[in-house]
Design a protein around this ligand. Structure first.
Ligand SMILES: N[C@@H](CCC(=O)N[C@@H](CS)C(=O)NCC(=O)O)C(=O)O
Length: 206
């Protein structure tokens, strides 16, 4: 199998962190240069019609895009350590937290960076300062709420590490490009990020 990624890109990093936690090393990682549009070639669109990464290409030529779908596939191939839930309730509970982290936290953080950081002008070709500002506000409100949630537990979906932690971390780390990271005003989020750094997923370069 081949996994198409790019340096600094948060969604491919989500999959790379998932693989690191699983200890999976038998996937070829292919690095694309987004600034030079290597993901927009006709050949790559055959694999990823929306020109997005991560893209996982199976040995038989079938492909998956969408980071969470790729993680679901990896979880099925490598069930341990479990990152997406063991029974019906836990699977749904972790999915609930993962979707909250993706849609309500990491997405606004990423949109803030994509629309607000000049370094990404070649990738986000319609940068809009108002979009950046709106998403920054959404993300900061969510960060405060999440900080309160983490006052009473170690990890985002409970007392064990799951995909929801990986998803949140992708957004948090991407926002470093806009010089933001959880500080002393968000002590529980800061503690959570420090604990993340000790794990296998925490060793995957941002
Ligand atoms: N929902 C998708 C989002 C994928 C995505 O936005 N990937 C970015 C990199 S982080 C990308 O391919 N950007 C290239 C572009 O938009 O031109 C997922 O979770 O995989």
């Amino acid at each position: 199998m081949k996994l198409y990624v790019a340096p600094y890109a948060p969604n491919p990093r989500r999959v790379m962190m998932f693989l690191a936690e699983k200890g999976v090393t038998d996937i070829d990682v292919v690095t694309l240069n987004l600034q030079e549009g290597e993901h927009r070639t006709d050949a790559f669109k055959q694999k990823s019609p929306l020109s997005q990464i991560p893209t996982l290409e199976l040995d038989d030529g079938r492909a998956l895009t969408e980071s969470r779908a790729i993680c679901t596939y990896i979880e099925a191939l490598h069930p341990e350590p479990n990152l997406m839930g063991r029974d019906a309730f836990e699977r749904a509970f972790i999915e609930m937290w993962d979707r909250r982290m993706e849609l309500l936290f990491s997405m606004p953080l990423m949109m803030w960076v994509r629309h607000g950081n000049p370094v990404l002008a070649a990738v986000e070709r319609n940068q809009n300062a108002e979009v950046a500002s709106y998403n920054q506000g959404q993300a900061m409100r969510m960060a405060k709420w999440l900080d309160g949630e983490l006052a009473n537990r170690a990890w985002i979906a409970g007392d064990r590490f799951t995909i929801a932690d990986i998803t949140a971390c992708c957004g948090v780390d991407f926002a470093k490009m806009n010089r933001w990271r959880p500080g002393d005003d968000l002590p529980n989020l800061k503690r959570w990020r420090a604990a993340f750094a000790e794990r296998a997923a925490g060793q995957v370069a941002a």
